[in-house]
Design a protein around this ligand. Sequence first.
Ligand code: H2B
Length: 97
Amino acid sequence: MTETLDAARRAELLEPLFATGWAMDAERDAIRKTFMFRNFVQAFGWMTQVALHAEKLNHHPEWSNVYKTVEVLLSTHDADGLTELDVKLAKRMDALA
Ligand code: H2B
């Protein structure tokens, strides 16, 4: 779970995420996505739900919120790159949005 994804797993697991708006971060082995909500309450409510899942997974996003926009970067610090945990959290974020 804490090993970085190899090329085959990347192709398999990241392609579906790219289709939903995730993109590779150019400088880090990470994925990014900007989530837009109707208003601040929707954005912060989503962050609260994601936070509970992140805590359960023991895997935490790098993110920032301005009004109704949330910028997210996912990477596994312990592995210094992308792992299945990032994919899991990204899918959960999409499902909750
Ligand atoms: N979150 C992320 N994104 N990457 C990690 O490597 C990580 C984490 N490690 N949350 C966890 C916590 C680790 O620090 C604890 C000790 O398990």
